[in-house]
Design a protein around this ligand. Structure first.
Ligand SMILES: Nc1ncnc2c1ncn2[C@@H]1O[C@H](COP(=O)(O)OP(=O)(O)OP(=O)(O)O)[C@@H](O)[C@H]1O
Length: 250
């Protein structure tokens, strides 16, 4: 399996404040990675660096075997942000139109879609079990349903890597489990490599196959089962004292 992303000895500062220190890890094709850490631990910053949205100051990052500075993301990496599902009730777009925005250069809500693109949009909606809501106004859908529409928008271009920043914020607890199942399906059936950013280490470890704990530097990277088997004391040694409370299995 090839490495989609390689992060090598990355250190990052905002002004004089060091937020990442000597961070190294690889993301391997096919993995379902949980990126966890407390508030302010640098999760969003490392994502921005991997997406090329923030300039690498020290160290290096390669994406799909190219230095990040030379990598042109032609739909290989897709991103669903934390703030994606904050549409107001009167936002004037249907679910289908929101998904079409993911087609960017090929077709969009502002241009009539051809039959081929329409097929891709319906296929993506079907993948997230939202086909029957295609013509509903996005603002009329629940937080969880909107999040599914944003996943459809993110996968409509057939990405190889999908990064989700706290995707369960705004999803009610009973739908969170279904949401994780959907992500597992995308990983297994479509072969999409996933990076899921979360604070909720208790829930995430039961779904991902690769766990990356970040708190300025990488404190653990490996099999989530090995992490679960550790005592609280071992965990606090590797992760710091901010993470003594771990809730298991919801
Ligand atoms: N653009 C910025 N300018 C200055 N400081 C920033 C900027 N972005 C983030 N920071 C600071 O960098 C640190 C890491 O922030 P980051 O958003 O990467 O953490 P996080 O783990 O994603 O946090 P959260 O879980 O709260 O979203 C924080 O102290 C934050 O205040």
């Amino acid at each position: 399996m090839s490495h989609l992303i390689e992060v090598n000895n990355v250190t990052h500062r905002y002004d004089h404040h060091k937020v990442l220190e000597d961070v190294s890890f690889t993301i391997t094709e096919g993995d379902f990675v949980g990126l966890v850490g407390p508030n302010g631990s640098g999760k969003t910053t490392i994502i921005k660096l991997m997406l090329g949205l923030e300039k690498v100051q020290k160290g290096s990052i390669t994406a799909f075997n190219k230095p990040i500075e030379k990598f042109h993301n032609k739909g290989h990496i897709s991103f669903v942000s934390q703030k994606a599902n904050s549409f107001s009730r009167d936002f004037p777009a249907t679910a289908k139109e929101v998904v079409s925005m993911g087609l960017t250069t090929k077709a969009s809500v502002w241009r009539p879609t051809t039959k081929k693109y329409e097929y891709l949009i319906f296929e993506a909606l079907d993948r997230v079990n939202m086909l029957k809501y295609a013509n509903h106004n996005i603002g009329d859908l629940s937080g969880g349903q909107q999040q599914r529409i944003f996943i459809a928008r993110a996968i409509v271009n057939n990405p190889k890597l999908l990064i989700l920043d706290e995707p369960t914020v705004g999803v009610d607890t009973e739908n969170v489990e279904q949401f994780y199942q959907l992500l597992s399906q995308l990983n297994r059936e479509l072969g999409i490599t996933l990076i899921l950013v979360s604070h909720d280490i208790g829930t995430i470890t039961t779904h991902v196959n690769d766990l990356l704990c970040l708190n300025k530097s990488v404190h653990y990277h490996g099999n989530p089962n090995d992490f679960e088997n550790m005592t609280d004391e071992q965990r606090s040694i590797i992760y710091g004292h901010t993470m003594n409370t771990i809730t298991h299995h919801h």
